[in-house]
Design a protein around this ligand. Structure first.
Ligand SMILES: Nc1ncnc2c1ncn2[C@@H]1O[C@H](COP(=O)(O)OP(=O)(O)OP(=O)(O)O)[C@@H](O)[C@H]1O
Ligand SMILES: [Mg+2]
Length: 554
């Protein structure tokens, strides 16, 4: 069975594996590209394009092309083409399927593939669960969802001689921004994480598009608004992205544009571009300050290395801001490929992990360890998932992995909705966070005691909310519903006020699970719940049927 590391990016995705010496290598798609555009074009009812082909088709099929779908993961957004509705999970599954088929040509449909798939560290429960569903739909046996900066750090730990120290991984990709403080050394341990799932290269592109549109309109004075023309705008978006990249190495770009028979060449300077996007850099700086404060609270106040990953961190304004405002000397570290390579390393690390390392069993923390993070060190040669490997397993020593296990933290605070009936002004509803941002993962047994309200109550409604903003708040509106369900099977005849024990667990990959019991009888209760905005089992079956008939071309 093939083992892959997949960086499922907002704008570009990458697939890596390990070579026979245990070194991470990127697998190229059928066009010979290392990165595949995360774009899908639904060109007909039976055929779709993925990657560069879809991106290039966008001006011709603007209303049939889907980009930035990662930003919709965990929402109930539906896209409709040729009378079929597609969820964000389904569109992501099409990208994943094209990625895997593209790098493993000739693979039979029944030949399984196992992979570590990366997600932004700042992804919450819904987005992680949606990513997991997308992998299932694509027929991928997911070994783990690993945080993108952790994957980058695993690759860094592998490829560099890293001494003990602390690193900030600044990951500015196409759609998301993640900032993570980790300690490097015998193990890679996340100390704190912060970020913004709505901040990435696509936002710089939008600013540039609007700047270029203004300039063009001022020069050409067209009779109709080119901003309303989907084809012109689609071409302008491609031109803006190209100009943005070029401005990372040149001071001025000249871009010819045509609309309704009139043309003009507009000039964009790096200084203008930087001025038009200053507030975006400021948002990233703000995240970093929160991150450093959280790291400080966890006892880590010095930063030894600053690693820049993600294609957008190539913009000179990023390194300049980090040097000016934080006094760091940032280093670009394999910005397009580090995450996928780290995921491939992590996949092989997991396959060498003893079974017990992947369970919920708490592990004792040694006094010398930095706070935050449970040890999941790779210790044994016990492959635990899937069948025998078809490709040779790289030697453990060669990968250097035993020296670089990882530990992660919770991205966002989490807890149940509580109704407080003692408040005289009426019933107050608030979220009681029992898990906090930057708590070490896994969260093994967070106990919550609920109480029945009525005599002989047969079931209890349970809602779990997750912090939506940058900081934890008990106000319901500052949180978002992640789990909505019902506990049933309560023993008959329970008096009102009987306690019900709910145990909340979050796995190493940030995924949530619940167990409920009635403590007197010890009866396990049935939980019927769904993660809000995510496909359930029957939704997945429906989606699988609609994807089955689509031929994918790259
Ligand atoms: N030289 C460059 N200068 C500026 N931006 C660049 C450059 N090269 C790539 N980018 C931008 O980097 C982004 C892609 O980076 P990357 O592939 O790391 O993101 P992603 O993995 O798709 O997104 P995410 O990690 O947010 O999900 C795009 O917005 C692209 O325009
Ligand atoms: Mg990325």
């Amino acid at each position: 069975m093939r083992t892959l590391g997949i960086d499922l990016g907002t704008t570009y995705s990458v697939v890596a594996t390990l070579d026979e010496h245990g070194r991470p290598i990127v697998l190229r798609n059928p066009l010979g590209e290392e990165t595949t555009a995360s774009v899908v074009c639904f060109e007909s009812a039976t055929s779709i394009l993925v990657g560069s082909a879809a991106r290039n088709a966008a001006p011709a099929y603007p209303d049939r092309t889907v980009a930035l779908i990662k930003r919709q993961m965990g929402t109930d957004r539906l896209l409709s083409f040729d009378g079929v509705e597609y969820t964000p999970e389904a569109v992501s599954a099409l990208i994943l399927r094209a990625l895997v088929d593209g790098v493993l040509p000739g693979r039979q449909p029944d030949q399984p593939v196992r992979a570590v798939v990366t997600v932004p560290a700042y992804f919450g429960i819904r987005e992680r669960e949606a990513t997991q569903q997308a992998c299932l739909l694509a027929g991928i046996d997911t070994l783990e969802l690993v945080s993108e900066p952790v994957a980058a750090a695993v690759h860094y730990g592998f490829s560099e001689t890293v001494g003990l120290g602390t690193a900030v991984v600044f990951d500015l990709g196409g759609g998301t921004f993640d900032a993570t403080v980790l300690t490097l050394g015998g193990r890679i341990q996340v100390v704190a994480t912060d970020g913004d799932t709505e901040l990435g290269g696509a936002d710089w592109d939008r600013r540039l598009v609007s700047h270029m549109l203004d300039q063009f309109t001022a020069q050409v004075r067209p009779d109709t608004d080119p901003g309303d023309d989907e084809v012109f705008m689609s071409e302008l978006e491609l031109a803006a992205e190209r100009a943005k990249r070029a401005l990372s190495t040149t001071a001025v770009q000249r871009v010819p544009l045509w609309y309704a028979g009139r043309g003009a060449t507009i000039t964009i300077s790096r200084a203008d571009f930087e001025a038009a996007t200053r507030d975006l850099v400021d948002s990233a700086s703000q995240c970093l300050r929160r991150l450093l404060a959280a790291a400080g609270r966890a006892g880590v106040s010095e930063v030894d290395h600053c690693l820049l990953v993600g294609g957008s961190s190539r913009m000179p304004m990023i390194a300049a801001t980090l040097a000016d405002e934080f006094g760091w000397q940032p280093r670009l570290f394999d910005p397009d490929l580090a995450v996928a390579k780290g995921a491939a390393l992590r996949a092989h690390q997991i396959l060498r992990m003893p079974v017990s390392e992947k369970t919920w069993a708490p592990r004792p923390r040694r006094a010398a360890e930095a706070p935050g993070g449970a040890d999941i060190s790779a210790r044994g040669p016990v492959p635990t998932l899937g069948g025998p490997a078809a490709e040779p397993d790289p030697p453990a020593g060669a990968t250097g992995l035993a020296a670089h296990p990882v530990a992660a933290v919770v991205a966002r605070g989490l807890g149940p909705l509580v109704h407080d009936s003692h408040d005289k002004s009426g019933q107050r509803r608030y979220v009681w966070h029992v898990v906090h941002q930057n708590d070490p993962l896994p969260v093994v047994d967070r106990q919550i005691t609920l109480a029945t309200i009525l005599d002989g109550q047969a079931s209890i409604r349970i809602e779990v909310y997750e912090q939506a903003g940058a900081v934890e708040s008990a106000e319901v509106d500052d949180n978002r519903l992640v789990l909505d369900g019902e506990l049933s099977g309560l023993p008959p005849g329970l008096p009102a006020g009987s306690p019900i024990q709910l145990t909340l667990r979050i796995g190493l990959d940030g995924r949530l699970s619940l167990v409920a019991t009635e403590p007197k009888s010890g009866a396990a209760l049935t939980i019927e719940a769904c993660i809000d905005g995510v496909l359930d089992g029957s939704g997945r079956e429906r989606a699988a049927r609609s994807l089955a008939g689509l031929a994918v071309r790259q």
